[in-house]
Design a protein around this ligand. Structure first.
Ligand SMILES: [Zn+2]
Length: 176
């Protein structure tokens, strides 16, 4: 089994047909896949489309509401379907500051989870690992892509920023 990344506090594992897999994930890749689905959802299978649509909803809610009690209640309800079992992980997989091994939680994926549960599981991993700290949504109408950026960022790219400024200028000029 693969080793956890340095500084990683949690290891996410899923089990299918008796094999266990460490679930590697990077917020950048997930954000990119969600954006691609926003634009070209029809290129994905029906199920992928549903998963990404649900992910879009979670990310959007997270940005609008923050992590409120309601938000967590809904997330936990959506996660409920996924069965987890507990594993004790060797120190070479999940290093521990003490000499004792840590807990790991293993999702049982023998029964394929519903798209809703799958999306909630993916989203919750991003949430608890802190990878959503830099999540933003482009404020240009018609773009609305998600991206990871510094706190003050408003647009996903330079070109969206300049389009926004051009539109703003036009809007101001038309009011004159
Ligand atoms: Zn944009």
């Amino acid at each position: 089994m693969k080793k956890a990344l340095p500084g990683q506090e949690e290891v996410f594992i899923f089990e299918r047909l008796g094999n266990i897999h460490v679930w590697d994930f990077f917020a950048e890749e997930i954000v990119e896949a969600v954006n691609k689905n926003l634009k070209n959802g029809s290129e994905n299978t029906y199920l992928e489309n549903l998963v990404y649509r649900k992910m879009t909803e979670w990310m959007d809610r997270y940005l609008k509401e923050g992590v409120t009690d309601d938000f967590l209640n809904d997330l936990n309800a959506a996660l409920h379907e996924i069965r987890y079992s507990k594993y004790i992980l060797a120190l070479d997989i999940l290093p521990s500051e003490s000499v004792f091994p840590k807990n790991g939680y293993v999702a049982k994926y023998d029964k394929i989870p519903s798209p809703e549960a799958y999306a909630a599981d993916d989203f919750s991993k991003l949430l608890t690992s802190g990878q959503l700290k830099r999540l933003k949504r482009c404020q240009l109408d018609g773009c609305e892509k998600f991206f990871l950026g510094p706190p003050q960022a408003r647009w996903c790219s330079k070109s969206c920023g300049s389009k926004f400024r051009v539109r703003e200028k036009r809007r101001r000029d038309s009011l004159r």
